[in-house]
Design a protein around this ligand. Sequence first.
Ligand SMILES: [Zn+2]
Length: 76
Amino acid sequence: MKCIECGGEYTESTKSHVVDSESLIIIRNVPCLECNQCGDTVYTDTVIRRLDEIIDSLKSFLGEIAVVDYSDNQAA
Ligand SMILES: [Zn+2]
């Protein structure tokens, strides 16, 4: 897969996904593809759906900051 920004190659990586809404939600170790030239990152459809599920499951969370690990939520 080629980067649409610079034409570089994507390689598999992980990153922390941050959602800043009513609460700050940080999901660590999210699998992504990272461009080896410009550092642009993309998620696969599977990962995007999984992130939505994790974020949904944290909607009732009333604290200010939630930090979860992507892999900890696989079975949830
Ligand atoms: Zn790029």
